[in-house]
Design a protein around this ligand. Structure first.
Ligand SMILES: [Zn+2]
Length: 222
């Protein structure tokens, strides 16, 4: 075991008696980053959130500030938190253009990966989706792409499941590009076909993912 590992602090959740869960919810506000900031700079969103585990109404629990990188700049926005005392669980309420692991706004990542699928070079992609002061690296784009290919199948299955739950009695695999030796790229194209039917007209102004992430389970968010 390396020294670094030995000295690393014990993750909070592993200390007996002090299990504290920190989770996130993505909520669709339909606002740009700047409009979100203007609206919630001094007041929290007026929403009531129930605990997923015990059903109790959650308490408001402060906020923190978080940077989000848009096409032109980094904007600091407040992220409001809620707390369930029964489950000792804190939930951060993220606007739909954010997910916990990404600094860039979701619509920037989506626009970039859409171009990547079309075969554009990193330079073409980066220059058409960001200005020079907030440009992402080739490595970052590669990481987004790998993660996206990895997650596309789960997201597609979830969307297909939503159609079925909504009473659509149609074979969703019919939309799959090929039945033989499918590649991750085929799955990606399947996801995009499903999304173009799933996302309500008008909601896709800034891409599909913001809308989708508000419904997807945390592990499948794009
Ligand atoms: Zn609870």
């Amino acid at each position: 075991m390396s020294i670094k590992k030995e000295n690393a602090p014990e993750p909070l959740a592993r200390i007996p008696g002090s299990i504290h869960f920190i989770m996130s919810k993505v909520l669709y506000f339909g606002l740009s980053c700047k409009a979100y900031l203007r609206t919630f700079e001094n007041q929290s969103p007026d929403v009531q959130i129930c605990c997923d585990d015990c059903g109790r109404l959650l308490h408001k629990h402060g906020r923190y500030w978080r940077g989000v990188v848009t096409k032109h700049e980094v904007i600091l926005i407040p992220i409001y938190r809620w707390y369930c005392p029964a489950c000792n669980k804190t939930i951060s309420l993220l606007p739909e253009f954010l997910i916990p692991w990404a600094r860039y706004a979701t619509w920037v990542r989506e626009a970039a990966l859409k171009r990547k699928r079309k075969g554009f070079s990193w330079r073409q992609i980066a220059e058409s989706t960001t200005t020079s002061s907030v440009r992402y690296s080739f490595r970052t784009l590669k990481r987004w792409w790998a993660r996206h290919l990895h997650r596309a199948a789960n997201a597609a299955l979830w969307v297909a499941g939503q159609f079925i739950a909504g009473g659509v009695d149609e074979d969703m695999l019919r939309l799959y590009p090929t039945m033989m030796n499918p590649t991750p790229m085929d799955t990606l194209d399947w996801l995009n076909k499903l999304l173009s039917r799933f996302i309500p007209a008008g909601a896709s102004r800034r891409g599909y993912w913001t809308f989708l992430n508000a419904g997807l389970p945390a592990a499948s968010r794009l």
